[in-house]
Design a protein around this ligand. Structure first.
Ligand SMILES: [Cu+2]
Length: 504
């Protein structure tokens, strides 16, 4: 990737033009304006009082504790930009540029009227200069012009948080789109002076779209793809910078009969989010991070470079699924998270069948630990058949199960069964060729004819195919056996064999 840098002045003016987030023309209002009247919440509460406070920053999905303070203070924020390689999906890594080491960046929480002394550091091993534009700042570029920071340097600027609300911050260094696409965004909450109503849980969720040269889930370190970014065709759409950041062991949690507040941001750079939680109704939403709340909302639109505060009450236990309801993004690009609610059933509210098996099948728990374990064992030369089966089972789910079903039974007339398949048993080696090259044409499985298309599962590596097929061969009454990575590599290199029409 070749980069050209605009001169500093150009960078700053570009940032200026981009950060059109001021409060142009609004008449200065007094601090006593009430939200009920829909009035401006713009207000300066005077000089900071007491000793300066060091802000507590948190990484997603955590939110710093509420501020219980009735006076404005001077708050010192120290944020470090770190460029680092992190997983973006299972077996896939990406060189993210981060505010504080995570995507999205550290959550910042201050009180309206606070004077914020902002320190932006750029780690010495960074390759790029960076800056920060906070949408919660009143001033040119939202701080961008004052915070341009070369690797190994630190910038400082001070602003007064005049407006309450939840605001996006992001890097605005050219090429701006690329810095944002690499994960350079986060949220800053400016609490109203009286604080926010108490809730049981607060979480930090932020969507972003990502552009890699490889396909979705193509393994290895994936470089940024500028073409795809310009065309607005993301490879991944994610919550909190990684597929699975909010599923399985990482799911958000709550108990029944609790209140949950989500601070939901959208870093973009391109897509608008139709944020929805499957199985919940938002009791309250502050759309666009504004002061007036809406009630009884199903899906809220979160613009790129925008945020919302979403609140709901948990009534019934189960897995609630956070999605971008542009639904291919959820099931095929990663924009999916889980809120796991534990507690007693309430059959009066809901009869009790779980939603996630209907919708998600497997995607709610991509617990891929066994896959990682198998990859390690393979590297160490100690891979056992049991490890292969365990890893294969997890990979089968979400890959093959979409068509052949988790039970291996397939679907009548459409997808042939893998369970007790006589076609498979007749020539187990052929399966490696089928998975790597796909299969078309007439075949007969357990006495029934199928004439359909299985696409090649090209996203799978040789050892993943070996593990999946070892799992298949040792499940559902199939004859057993084992495949090796080397055998799969050979099958992949061999041209596809046509379906043996009329066989059996
Ligand atoms: Cu940057």
């Amino acid at each position: 990737m070749k980069l050209s840098f605009a001169p500093l002045a150009l960078v700053a003016s570009l940032a200026l033009a981009l950060a059109a987030c001021g409060h142009g023309g609004a008449a200065p209002s007094d601090a006593s304006a009430t939200p009920a009247a829909g009035g401006s919440q713009h207000g300066d509460f005077g000089a900071p009082q007491g000793e300066p406070i060091h802000a507590t920053l948190t990484s997603p999905p955590h939110v710093p504790p509420p501020i219980h303070r009735d006076k404005p203070a001077k708050v010192i924020v120290e944020l470090e930009v770190i460029e680092k390689e992190l997983p973006i999906s299972e077996g896939v890594t990406y060189t993210f540029w981060t505010f504080g080491g995570t995507v999205p960046g550290s959550f910042i929480r201050v009180r309206q009227g606070d004077t914020v002394e902002f320190h932006l550091k750029n780690a010495p091993d960074s390759k790029m200069p960076h800056n920060i534009d906070l949408h919660g700042v009143t001033g040119p570029g939202g701080g961008a012009a004052s915070s341009f920071t070369a690797p190994g340097h630190e910038s400082q600027f001070t602003f007064k948080a005049l407006n309450q609300g939840i605001y996006v911050y992001h890097c605005a260094t050219a090429p701006v789109g690329m810095h944002i696409a690499n994960g350079m965004y986060g949220l800053i909450l400016v609490e109203p002076p009286e604080g926010m109503p108490k809730v049981d849980h607060e979480y930090y969720v932020m969507q972003g779209d990502f552009y890699t040269t490889g396909k979705y889930r193509e393994k290895g370190l994936q470089p940024f793809d500028m073409e795809k970014a310009i065309d607005e065709k993301p490879t991944y759409v994610l919550f909190n910078g990684k597929e699975g950041s909010l599923t399985g062991d990482n799911a958000l949690t709550a108990k029944t009969n609790e209140t949950v507040r989500l601070f939901v941001g959208n870093g973009g750079p391109n897509l608008v989010s139709s944020f929805h939680v499957i199985g919940e109704i938002f009791d309250s939403v502050q759309p666009e991070g504004g002061t007036v709340a809406q009630h009884n909302v199903q899906t809220t639109l979160i613009p790129a470079g925008g945020a919302a505060i979403v609140e709901f009450h948990t009534d019934v236990p189960g897995s609630y699924v956070l999605v971008d309801h542009s639904i291919f993004r959820a099931f095929n690009k990663g924009a999916l998270g889980i809120l796991k609610v534990d507690g007693p059933e309430n059959k009066l509210v809901y009869s009790g069948k779980e939603v996630d098996s209907v919708y998600l099948g497997d995607r709610s728990e991509p617990n891929l630990k066994a896959v990682t374990a198998a990859a390690k064992a393979h590297a160490a030369g100690t891979l056992t058949k049991d490890e292969q089966i365990a890893a294969g089972k997890q990979l089968f789910t979400g890959t093959c199960s979409v068509c052949h079903q988790a039970s291996g039974e397939g679907l009548p007339n459409v997808f042939p069964p893998l369970a007790k398949s006589d076609f498979l048993a007749a020539d187990p080696k052929r399966a490696m060729n089928i998975v790597t090259h796909g299969l078309t044409g007439k075949i007969k499985v357990n006495g029934k004819e199928y004439d359909s298309v299985m696409p090649p599962m090209a996203q799978l590596t040789d050892d993943e195919v070996a593990n999946i097929l070892t799992y298949v061969l040792n499940s559902w009454g199939n004859p057993g056996g084992q495949y090796s990575k080397e055998e799969v590599a050979k099958a992949r290199a061999t041209p596809a064999s046509p379906a043996p029409a009329g066989e059996h």
